[in-house]
Write a protein of this length. Structure first.
Length: 319
């Protein structure tokens, strides 16, 4: 019966490991929050682990109700202690990095499979026990393969998102042109900010450029064409894309044009107004009133934009 007790303890350890690794899989769900196929695979793994817990509980019941169904063929199975070591490691370490979680999951599957196979080859069991054990071995092998598949799928999906161009949204009046334009009938009142064309050209080679103005679409087109910037901008958003309280909200914009949610980490807006959301995506622009010596559009702006995107893109994959 001593061996039965050792086996029961190892089964309890296996159950505890399944619960702990379910939590690790839930952490991976946060890493994959914008990756649909990866999330589906993780949810399948969590479901399989919950099924394993049910099978292990049944296995334990067999040990409770059947006396001497197991006879010792070897004095001790070294693999029993390895399960405890993994539990201790998880308990004693804050496992938060993606690669560390994957290593633990694969190590757990390796040791669990050793445990199940050791019972299968080294211990005599009854039919009911053997049937449950076979299901556990198949399920665990399935999970081990799916974890490796998940890593490849995750990297593939993430690479596609990382390769998508970032979007820069510019306000018009007070940002690219002066804020006191008189009317369409007086084109001379439209003043392009110094160095705007040169810097916008450089930015357009790396980013997608758009305009977001509280004016009409006709006014935006007229002004941009007058300034001969229409070849640089991909899309124009007029006043109809603001919220009900006239706020330029990028989360609202993303929903309106049916972009995936992760695009909030790949968009910034430059504006001379403070009515912008979210703040993390906003670069405040000093208002342009027509000064010839204005120096807002310069190489430092390119650097500031790059740094802003670097922070946003890092948050995209942060747990």
């Amino acid at each position: 019966m001593k061996f039965n007790n050792t086996l029961k303890i190892s089964i309890f350890n296996s159950i505890e490991l399944e619960y702990k690794t379910i939590n690790l899989l839930k952490q991976l769900l946060l890493f994959a929050k914008f990756l649909r196929a990866s999330r589906i695979l993780l949810l399948k793994l969590i479901k399989a682990k919950k099924k394993n817990i049910e099978l292990l509980q049944k296995l334990n019941l067999v040990l409770e109700t059947e006396i001497c169904v197991i006879t010792e063929k070897s004095k001790e199975l070294d693999v029993f202690s390895n399960l405890e070591n993994i539990i201790k490691f998880i308990n004693n370490n804050s496992i938060q990095k993606f690669d560390d979680i994957i290593k633990i999951l694969l190590a757990e599957k390796k040791e669990i499979l050793k445990f199940y196979n050791s019972i299968n080859t080294e211990v005599s069991v009854n039919n009911e026990f053997a049937e449950i054990l076979e299901k556990l071995i198949k399920s665990t092998q399935f999970q081990k393969n799916k974890i490796s598949e998940f890593v490849l799928l995750y990297k593939s999906e993430r690479e596609k998102i990382d390769q998508q161009k970032n979007i820069i949204i510019f306000d018009l009046d007070g940002t690219i042109v002066n804020n006191d334009i008189q009317s369409y009938s007086n084109p001379k009142s439209i003043l392009l900010r110094p160095n705007a064309r040169e810097i916008l050209e450089k930015l357009s080679k790396k980013y997608i450029l758009c305009i977001f103005s509280k004016s009409t679409i006709e006014y935006i087109k007229y002004t941009i064409e007058h300034c001969k910037l229409d070849d640089l901008f991909f899309f124009y958003f007029d006043y109809t894309f603001t919220t009900n309280n006239s706020v330029k909200d990028l989360t609202h914009l993303i929903k309106r044009i049916h972009l995936p949610n992760y695009m909030i980490y790949k968009m910034i807006i430059l504006d001379d107004s403070f009515k912008i959301k979210p703040e993390n995506n906003f670069i405040k622009v000093p208002v342009f009133t027509g000064e010839k010596r204005d120096n807002f559009f310069n190489e430092n702006l390119i650097k500031t934009i790059a740094e802003k995107f670097e922070k946003l893109n890092a948050n995209l994959w942060k747990n």
